[in-house]
Design a protein around this ligand. Sequence first.
Ligand code: SF4
Length: 343
Amino acid sequence: MTKSNDFILEVKDLKKYFPVKKGAFRKTKKSVKAVDGVSFSIRRGETFGLVGESGSGKTTTGRLLLRAIEPTEGSIIYHLDKEYDLLSLDKNAMKEFRKRAQMIFQDPYSSLNPRMTVRDIIAEPLICAQDFDRKTITERVKSIAAKCQLNIEHLRRYPHAFSGGQRQRIGIARALVLMPDFVVCDEPVSALDVSIQAQILNLLKDFQEELGLTYLFIAHDLSVVEHTCDRIGVMYLGRLVELAETESLFYKPLHPYTEALMSAIPAANPDEVMRPVLLEGEIPSPINQPSGCSFHPRCRYAEELCKHERPEWREIEEGRFVACHYAEKLSLLGVDSYMNVNV
Ligand code: SF4
């Protein structure tokens, strides 16, 4: 059984609603439920993946976990050098927390200030922390830059002089220069060429081994998370619909949405035929979510019950959670019902 201090982070019933204001008096009419009651824990030293279509709430969840945006409701507890109840921290405590948790952004172009040199970009977190003298800052910047395969010459240049892969190395150096414990990686390779993606993923893996980092890895590409993450949470319309160890999830998804995502992964073997599970229509608007199970308009297993009753988030095997009335039925269908098969 996992003890609570094995977890670096515990999230309970996290919600983020963005008000939609309309009319001359800008009255709040409705809310966009970007994150709607998400609960999960992340183990110390693991890579926890968060996947789902665009608009499922992955990035908003990542930002909430660093309090880059304020949640509407819920609790976020970190067990770092001490316990941090994130939502009750004052300004000074937040400053301490920021040394322990950092973020790597998706877009290596817009996330770097074009008016700052690479040296200043990497040094900025150290300067903001106000704990380091000039000499230490210079040494730390050179050391992390070297580990990210940036040389001394690069430190004097501006971001526009670099390729996408090199820019993401600068972003990684900036996030890790404070030696944090926890890093939110928000689609860190999705803007990069495939050949560069592997280099960046290997770099993140090397840092994890060297510094004992814990990652929250946000991605929409399942083939990336398969090789990167220890456990994966699948999100749909602001809610988690399945959470499992990576191997179990890829071997046998138990939620129809996970099943559809898996079936869309291209086969590496050209002799395999694809059997994609086609999802009908677009992801519904988070302002007007469907009743009952929010996946029911697109689900090929939907029954009458699904239209009226929201499925419970339940643990159906040890460490395996799913929100579907008929998860057991899907479990009995077997792998061949959705996976690519040899001809
Ligand atoms: Fe599909 Fe019903 Fe399960 Fe929702 S609860 S995923 S509609 S089978």
